[in-house]
Design a protein. Structure first.
Length: 1019
């Protein structure tokens, strides 16, 4: 017997169900399901539900559960899309509810959107004749039904009332059942999920316990048994679901239109913009540029993508007009001359040998995809411009769903179970911090987790539930980049909901948005562009002739010297230790070397870095599998680095078009044996036709197969290398502005600030102390030096800093003393919480008193503020506090040097005045080597250092012996110190964080990093 399921709530309806699609389709098949309806409270999960069931040849029925405000009461309905008109009305109904953030649908909206819908009313004891009459009138006699449920086959008290109404109004009754989990045994997991949804614990009295009785997927036997006395009700249910016929197969692209005057068309206008733009960007537009532009425009026209390019150039034009920094390109779009001509990208594809087919392949029709990087601090301005230009109802951001990870599921379930907070922390520590790890994997990897679970029955139950809930959708948020544009109102195509900044949000994530044919564009925020923007602002402050990024030559010698030294802290893409090592190996002397490093520094290709470096330096011969490869691989010394090179090889040797070559590259990269063989035959045959031998053609094909996985898009590598080079140039030529901007962006990341300031110290770049008279919120440049920013002082509030700077700007003279400052800021802002960290940081040193005196006087200054200016508005003396005698400073002895330094470390995250090791070295007669000198050395040597222990990691060897790795710092840098078991046994008692030690040992380099192997230690 075929079974139907009229009301399935899936896990997409966040925290309302444990039903996931994969298990659902398996169970439906097992139960011989004929049709099943999704009836979530939003249209989340609707599209994948349709595809999953359609694939299994089970009829998917699209539904929505809503509450409707009638004249007399609020009633719950299940609405089914009978046809495409009904499906569109479901989109509108859900969107209407969610964009207004309401829970009840007004009756007039239901009347407006009732076409193509079947409504089922789940009768309750409060059901009235008036309600049913209203609903029957809205939907008509043929599209309105009553529903009766029988949990576990038991009749509910109001069943007879519903039957009576059915007979009076001639409304058919359907057998109904709601499913929120798959198997009966899943009931408890669902109850826990329900408690999670209410943010309560299982034992909380306030918890609304769900009616979880029999919310599983019924078998055909249960259906028949529960409604054995009324088989006609089951027949009615089958009739309702079988009456619903909606197909939402993948749609053709729905391309938005760029607004143009009636006298212009997009094809001609695009060409006009391109020709004008190219003539401005290229000094002399030669025939190759003309041919390439014509070719690209012909492909774009063939695909009807003119409007897409016009839309992108328009918002890029807006960004540039507003001085919003944009990236030079991203991904394959940097290979388009049209994009370059329109100022969408800043990469000349002909100069760098980039292939348009890597972006738009005429052999493989896909939606265009131009991803744009903006300074992350201003990205939303561009999105808002697009929404304003094309209309709120035609543009939106895209939703994304967060799921319960292994750790999140374990913690959340433990919280609902009422476990202590210490137990929650322990559970988190038992699960390895490995991206994407599952609870099953954690169980097999973590002995502590297994022991924890086995000790008590409640813990076993906890783990079973956590396993059941792992992976369920937990929350919705806005996709970091995606924006949708439509030529028709979005609610005609997808459901939407309210979002941030008065911009709508799709109810479907990116993949589903693209499935229905909508155009998606990525507006990405890139932090490094914000850094560059800030650097330029500093450089151009009060400059009549501002410096521009376009002035940076890609052959600057000073920049190459910086790159060759691996001095790339803060430089986009080139900052990691491994990347620095690669730069030192390759020794870049031209921009193309930077592009190659960016492309090669990935798992797999990085194995070729030593060979690339040797060949570049002339230490190894450059060889080619076949002479025909030389012009293609010459720039990368015979090594295949880029995907474009694979395409060029296929074109040159076998006569493939670049479009065909791109298809070949994609096919062989999947490593399917049958595909590899068929493509081999195709490639070799075409190469033979071009006059090559079968042997040489086969050898070159093997080369393509070997590197198809490794090849990197050259277009992306070039575009991102432009940003890398720009930042390296700015660091080489404007170091003070560079470090000031980087420190400002790093505020809040103490480790990064310490790293940058240590590097500045190594370069003898002065850093000025924080000052109430001169410091701004962030780090600034002052007379060629970096001034510490107030926001980097721990414990000082943003409001305090804002008020301090405001008052300072309003004054004609400086504050005379701490009391003057206190009265000006008022007792609201002049508090111990704000001012004590400022004193400890040295920001009040310019008052001319020791920090000990300022700290001792602080209470008196606070009382003075409370008397003179208790609030921001009140000033007892009208701005002149001289009528009221000031307190005097409580003079104190200077702080001991270590106390002063510890205070600085407490609030600045580092020792600022000097490093404790510097003063320690002065008291010792021995000669010591600075850590910086060890880091710079390439040879092993005996060393003696004075260092402060920053971190201790104790481990055991395979033999069970204890040893340790330390991170040790002096005033010039930090490095790793190793104590093997013998030394650990001797010096273990000396190992404490912030302990200062004299360490003797041998320095050696491992994986490009220096470390010390300890021989002796002493205080």
């Amino acid at each position: 017997m075929k079974t139907v399921y009229p009301q399935i709530v899936t896990s997409a309806d966040m925290l309302k169900s444990t039903i996931q699609l994969e298990q659902l389709t398996q169970k439906l098949k097992q139960n011989n399901a004929q049709a099943a309806a999704i009836t979530n409270s939003r249209l989340y999960g609707l599209l994948p539900f349709w595809h999953a069931l359609h694939e299994q040849q089970i009829k998917p029925v699209l539904g929505l559960t809503v509450n409707v405000q009638l004249e007399s009461d609020i009633v719950g309905l299940v609405l089914y899309a009978k046809d495409h008109n009904g499906y569109e009305n479901l989109l509108k109904i859900s969107s209407s509810i969610e964009t207004r953030e309401i829970t009840v649908l007004p009756k007039r909206w239901l009347e407006a959107y009732n076409k193509g819908l079947i409504a089922v009313y789940k009768g309750e004891s409060s059901t009235s004749l008036m309600q049913l009459t209203e609903l029957q009138k809205i939907f008509g006699e043929l599209n309105f039904y009553l529903a009766i449920e029988r949990p576990n086959g038991e009749k509910l008290e109001h069943e007879e009332i519903i039957i009576d109404f059915s007979e009076q109004l001639s409304i058919p009754v359907t057998a109904f059942h709601m499913s929120r989990y798959i198997e009966k045994e899943d009931a408890f997991a669902y109850e826990v999920l329900n408690a999670m949804d209410q943010s309560l614990k299982m034992n909380d009295h306030a918890r609304l316990k769900p009616s979880i009785n029999s919310l599983h997927l019924l078998s055909s036997e249960e259906w028949s048994e529960w409604f054995s006395d009324v088989p006609s009700w089951i027949e009615n249910t089958e009739f309702v679901l079988n009456s619903c016929n909606v197909s939402i197969e993948k749609s053709a692209s729905i391309m938005p239109k760029y607004p143009l005057p009636a006298t212009k068309n997009s094809k001609d206008f695009l060409r006009e913009l391109c020709e004008v733009g190219l003539s401005k960007r290229i000094r002399e537009v030669t025939q190759p540029y003309i041919d390439r532009l014509n070719y690209e425009l012909s492909i774009i026209s063939q695909m009807n993508y003119e409007d897409y390019f016009l839309i992108v150039q328009d918002f890029m034009k807006f960004a540039k007009q507003q001085d919003i920094l944009t990236g030079p390109g991203r991904g394959s779009s940097a290979s388009s001359l049209v994009a370059f001509s329109l100022n969408i990208t800043d990469v000349d594809p002909l100069r760098f040998g980039l292939l348009f087919e890597r972006f738009l392949n005429p052999e493989r029709i896909t939606m265009p995809d131009i991803d744009i990087d903006f300074a992350d601090s201003r990205r939303m301005e561009v999105i808002q411009y697009v929404v304003d230009k094309y209309g709120k109802n035609y543009s939106s951001q895209i939703i994304t769903f967060g799921t319960l990870s292994a750790k999140a599921a374990a913690r959340e379930v433990a919280r609902v179970f009422g476990f202590e907070s210490t137990t929650l922390e322990a559970i988190s520590s038992f699960i390895p911090s490995k991206p994407g790890i599952t609870l099953k994997e954690a169980y097999s990897m973590s002995e502590k987790l297994r022991e924890f679970i086995q000790t008590e029955e409640i813990r076993k139950k906890w783990f079973q539930v956590a396993l059941a809930l792992e992976g369920l959708p937990r929350n919705a948020s806005t996709h970091a980049a995606g924006v949708v544009l439509s030529p028709v109102s979005l609610v005609d195509v997808i459901p939407i909901q309210s979002g941030h900044d008065d911009i709508y949000l799709t109810q479907w994530p990116m993949k589903e948005v693209e499935q229905v044919g909508l155009l998606k564009m990525d507006f990405l925020g890139l932090r490094n562009l914000t850094i560059i923007e800030r650097i330029l602002k500093i450089i151009n402050y009060k400059q009549s002739n501002p410096f521009k990024l376009t002035e940076i030559p890609l052959h600057d010698e000073q920049t190459f010297q910086l790159l060759q030294q691996g001095d790339t802290t803060g430089v986009f893409q080139l900052e990691s230790a491994g990347m620095r090592q690669a730069l030192k190996q390759i020794n870049p002397t031209k921009f193309e070397d930077v592009v190659a490093v960016n492309a090669l520094f990935r798992p797999g290709p990085m194995e070729s870095i030593p060979l690339y470096a040797q060949r570049k330096a002339g230490q190894a011969p450059v060889t080619y599998e076949h002479p025909i490869l030389e012009p293609i691989l010459k720039e990368t010394y015979g090594i295949i680095v880029y995907q474009e090179q694979i395409m060029q090889i296929a074109s040159k040797m076998a006569g493939f078009t670049f479009g065909e070559a791109d298809l070949l590259r994609r096919a062989v990269s999947k490593k399917n044996r049958e595909v590899l063989q068929s493509e081999r035959v195709h490639f070799v045959q075409k190469a033979i036709q071009k006059g090559h031998s079968e042997q040489s053609a086969s050898a070159v094909y093997d080369l393509i197969v070997r590197f198809a996985d490794y090849g990197f898009p050259k277009s992306h590598a070039v575009a991102y290398s432009v940003i890398s080079f720009q930042m390296a140039y700015l660091k080489a030529h404007f170091p003070v502005a560079f470090y000031s901007a980087l420190l400002s962006i790093a505020t809040g990341n103490q480790a990064k600030i310490n790293e940058l300031m240590m590097e500045m110290k190594q370069k003898d770049m002065a850093i000025l102390a924080p000052s109430i008279f001169r410091s701004q919120r962030f780090f600034t440049v002052e007379n060629g030096r970096v001034r510490f920013g107030l926001q980097a002082i721990k414990g000082v509030s943003h409001n305090f800093i804002q008020k301090l700077i405001q008052k300072r700007m309003e004054r004609e003279t400086k504050w005379e003393d701490i009391f003057d400052l206190a009265s000006d800021l008022s007792a609201v802002h002049f508090t111990r919480k704000n001012v004590e960290p400022m004193i400890k940081a040295g920001a009040l040193d310019e008052f001319g008193f020791e920090r000990s005196t300022l700290l001792a006087t602080l209470d008196a200054a606070i009382k003075y503020a409370e008397l003179i200016s208790p609030t921001e508005e009140s000033d007892l003396f009208g701005g002149d506090a001289s009528h009221f005698g000031k307190s005097k400073y409580l003079l104190s002895d200077p702080l001991p040097i270590m106390v002063k330094l510890q205070f600085e470390k407490e609030v600045l995250g580092q020792y600022f005045s000097e490093h404790p090791t510097a003063s320690k070295k002065k008291t010792l007669e021995d000669k010591f080597i600075n850590i910086w000198d060890i880091l710079q050395s390439t040879r092993d040597m005996s060393v003696k250092i004075v260092g402060l222990i920053q971190d201790i990691k104790r481990i055991r060897t395979k033999k069970g012996e204890a040893m340790a790795f330390l991170t040790v710092q002096d005033d010039t840098g930090s490095l790793s110190v190793t104590l093997f078991p013998e030394e650990y046994a001797k010096y273990n008692l000396l190992l404490k964080e912030q302990e200062m030690l004299v360490i003797t040992g041998k320095s050696e380099r491992r994986n490009g990093r220096s470390q010390i192997i300890t021989k002796y230690m002493e205080k």
